[in-house]
Design a protein around this ligand. Structure first.
Ligand code: MGD
Ligand code: MGD
Ligand code: SF4
Ligand code: MO
Length: 750
């Protein structure tokens, strides 16, 4: 990678890599540097703005600050906020285009209820919609029991909204089972941190990208998925070594100083091998291990069995690559470890994340600038959902199973402790199984498009018919899931409502209402208020009458927890401070006000929120993948993000004319040139990707990005999850989207 020694000067533009991409136009870095050249941020002169406000972006967890340019109170344009400590005046294409999805012609503008006679969705009033909601959900509960209704929610609504939903459903409606797409995304990091550190606490701050001398990215492609975080890496003035562990030669891998193209899902063996080699060469920080951790001796004895030869064989790596990786980590003074979905989405993902945590702990790379075992989150409010959604964890990162935790939450909310369930919800996959068995008969889907995004999607679609009542709450009636609904509740989107989001570095930022939602669409918050009233549990939620009022409720619930935010005065305080990272306890408030607190990290005192105050080494022997390749299905199929202009199931990004020009219109599969030649697959020809569950016809993108025997499908196109295999990590129950066996067939006419 080319480096710019100064942090101020222009960031060097990487030469286009013709090997990596043959089809595309611009690389992400080009889009970030010269957005205007691609039409981003342009606005007709008749819409000249007359004032400005700020908010954080509503797509990814980077949480960039945006300036919203208003005309008569309505946003007419967006530019990146130079004063916000996250993005320092930069934005990726989605941020520039964040208003476009709001203007889409397929916005749902009124509640729609399926007419049983015609089978068609018909417009109804909110009153009729609420009557239908309550009558039918209650009917299901009367026929099948209180726990026969469930919800699937999201990391993409405001913290105040997700907390409201979780509290309403469990304490008000008497439901038990609710989970969210955070299960598909962050469940592994959540469980790994909780087990290792005692709390779900990503320790870092974005300044760490700039302060490391060695950065290790595992299963992460920030050039595409977190482009502004990658820009922060490029500002690092220490000429850092950048190690990327990814089977594919991604944009990020191309920019690394060392790319280890490990075999898919060989991470755990490789990381144990790296730990053993670090021990063998005396790279362990004994003082840190003795003072601040427990279980190291057992861990060291366990990894002693993983020789470099074994690790290299399992990961299909050269010994020289392995040795160089170990050497860089051993010699680094400030080494940071970053992971995303290549780790979290796997059959042994929790232990893999912990294998990284273990390496950070044993080398003492935590709690200091430029260090850490750092999970990057995905959605704009994935962190909010982990702490406050009241799904897996009780409000404030507590446990449903602990009587003291239940009593505390009940007291804080002024409700009967008996209303708080004494067990966690079923996980997403268990809710699906529950529907299949007939135990769940009513389902409420909020801000997630499960029909497209859930693993083994064919099965998901089949079992929807077993429901008595499916409610979908979304911006659009056209999503794969909404099309199947009995009732659609029209939601306002980002920019049409108030609240807060929590980004990857624990920074709480504001979103604001700068547009009017179309028709009678309402914010998710207002919809939950309507449901509360219609259900008849209004007295329980008397205090929850505005997003900011709920923010104060959540502050109270956070008191004394590692995520304490009692020192945040109000929404205005967030605006004034460029967002605020938790923890920000009231007790420390004055002191915190004094320090230039734009960047703060955790564990600088070496104390972890476990019972003993020590971090734990956790490990297990590696296991075989659920669906190995064989003669019939010889390819490993991986899936993930395709471009910086596409967001998940593309319901939002697909609505922007500009973004649509920045990604391929049709689905494609990345396949190695040698495999393509062997199978007679020509570049751009049609090819069928088949697995044991389904098949998909796509265009062949012949590229050495993938190794022989591997193929990659971007997740943004319809039908991708009809192929994926339902395997889950046993601790986090996160789906293993990045590994199944597939076969490719050239289309004769292709
Ligand atoms: N443009 C854009 N940005 C996004 C999103 C989006 O949809 N579009 N989504 C957001 C969300 S919710 C998330 S969770 C993040 C995801 O961000 P990332 O996790 O960075 O994105 P992915 O492409 O899913 O996966 C990362 C990499 O994992 C690699 N990988 C696959 N199998 C393995 C393996 O076995 N081991 C290792 N080490 N690597 C493997 C893949 O080749 C891929 O390059 O992105 C966020 N940002
Ligand atoms: N094969 C494969 N599948 C994957 C992954 C993968 O790597 N490979 N990654 C997984 C990951 S990490 C994730 S996070 C999931 C994401 O999967 P999904 O959550 O299903 O994807 P989105 O397209 O973001 O769906 C969000 C929905 O909410 C709607 N929406 C947006 N804003 C609002 C709002 O404010 N209110 C309401 N009510 N609705 C709103 C949008 O229109 C959209 O329909 O996909 C997972 N699926
Ligand atoms: S990097 Fe993420 S938060 Fe920043 S502008 Fe892009 S999508 Fe928005
Ligand atoms: Mo995600």
């Amino acid at each position: 990678m080319k480096h710019d020694a100064s942090t101020e000067g222009p960031i060097p533009v990487r030469p286009p890599n013709t090997l990596l991409r043959e089809w595309t136009g611009p690389m992400t870095s080009d889009l970030v540097r010269s957005p205007g050249a691609f039409g981003l941020g342009q606005v007709p002169s008749r819409l000249k703005p007359d004032s400005v406000t700020t908010a954080v972006c509503g797509f990814c967890s980077t949480g960039c600050g945006l300036k919203l340019h208003l005309r008569e109170g309505e946003a007419v344009n967006v530019t990146p906020d130079p004063a916000y400590p996250v993005n320092l005046g930069m934005a990726c294409p989605k941020g520039w285009e964040v208003l476009a999805p709001l203007e889409a012609t397929d916005r749902v503008t009124t509640p729609l209820l399926r007419n049983p006679a015609s089978g068609k969705l018909e417009p109804v009033s909110w009153e009729q919609a609420m009557t239908a909601f309550v009558t039918r959900m209650r009917g299901v509960q009367e026929r099948h029991g209180a726990h026969s209704i469930a919800y699937l929610s999201t990391g993409q609504i405001c913290t105040e909204e997700m907390a409201y939903l979780g509290a309403l459903f469990k304490f008000g409606m008497g439901g038990l089972h609710g989970d969210s797409n955070t299960r598909q995304c962050m469940a592994t990091a959540h469980v790994a941190y909780k087990q290792s550190f005692g709390f779900d606490a990503p320790p870092y701050t974005y300044a760490d990208f700039e302060e490391s001398d060695v950065l290790v990215f595992v299963g992460a492609n920030p050039c595409i998925a977190h482009p502004i975080l990658w820009q922060r890496v490029l500002r690092n003035p220490h000429r850092p070594e950048i190690i990327v562990l990814d089977p594919r030669r991604t944009e990020t891998a191309v920019n690394a100083t060392l790319h280890l193209p490990l075999a898919p899902k060989s991470d755990l063996t490789l990381l144990y091998g790296i730990a053993a080699a670090l021990i063998a060469r005396g790279a362990v920080n004994q003082a840190f291990v003795e003072a601040h951790t427990e279980g190291y001796e057992a861990f060291a004895a366990f990894v002693a069995n993983f020789t470099p030869e074994q690790a290299c064989a399992a990961a299909e790596l050269e010994r020289t690559e392995f040795d160089r990786c170990v050497d860089l980590i051993a010699r680094g003074k400030r080494v940071s470890f970053w992971w995303t979905m290549g780790v979290n989405q796997g059959h042994e993902s929790t232990r893999t994340a912990q294998a990284l945590i273990n390496i950070a702990l044993m080398t003492g790379n935590i709690g200091r600038p430029g260090t850490g075992a750092n999970s990057i989150t995905g959605q704009c409010n994935a962190m909010g959902s982990r702490l406050y959604a009241n799904a897996t964890s009780l409000l404030g990162g507590r446990d449903f199973a602990q009587p003291a935790h239940r009593a505390r939450v009940a007291a804080d909310l002024g409700i009967d402790p008996a209303r708080v369930p004494d067990q966690s919800s079923w996980a997403y996959d268990q809710i699906i199984d529950g529907i299949d068995r007939g135990d769940i008969k009513g389902l409420w889907v909020i801000a997630t498009n499960s029909s497209h995004s859930w693993i083994d999607g064919g099965r998901f679609d089949r079992i929807l018919d077993k429901l008595d009542f499916l409610v979908v709450q979304d911006l659009y009636a056209t999503t794969d899931t909404a099309r199947r609904a009995d009732l659609i509740l029209p939601a306002a989107g980002w920019g049409e409502k108030e609240g807060t989001l929590i980004n990857s570095e624990r920074r709480i930022g504001r979103v604001k209402k700068v547009r009017r939602a179309p028709g009678v669409a309402l914010s998710d918050f207002a919809i939950f208020r309507l449901v509360t009233a219609a259900w008849g549990c209004g007295s329980m939620f008397a205090e929850w009458n505005s997003p900011e009022a709920v923010f104060h409720v959540l502050k109270r619930l956070s008191a004394g927890q590692p995520c304490d935010m009692t020192g945040i005065r109000d929404y205005a305080h967030l605006d004034q401070s460029g967002g605020i990272q938790w923890p920000w306890p009231a007790a420390a408030g004055d002191a915190l006000e004094q320090e230039p607190a734009t960047e703060r990290r955790l564990f600088s005192d070496g104390r972890f929120p476990t019972a003993s105050g020590r971090a734990r080494f956790l490990f297990d022997p590696p296991r075989a993948v659920a669906e190995p390749t064989d003669a019939e299905y010889p390819f490993v199929l991986m899936t993930g993000r395709g471009s910086s202009a596409q967001w998940h199931t593309n319901t939002r990004t697909g609505k922007s004319d500009i973004l649509r020009r920045l990604y391929p219109a049709e689905a494609y599969v990345e396949i190695h040139p040698a495999d393509a030649a062997r199978l007679g697959i020509r570049p751009h020809a049609k090819v069928v990707v088949r697995t044991r569950r389904g098949s998909l016809e796509v265009n062949a993108f012949v590229t050495p990005t993938v190794r022989e025997g591997q193929v990659f499908l971007p997740m943004h196109y319809d039908g991708v999850n009809r192929l994926t295999a339902p395997a889950f990590d046993p601790h986090s129950r996160q789906p293993s989207y990045k590994h199944c066996a597939a076969v490719l067939e050239a289309r004769l006419n292709g």
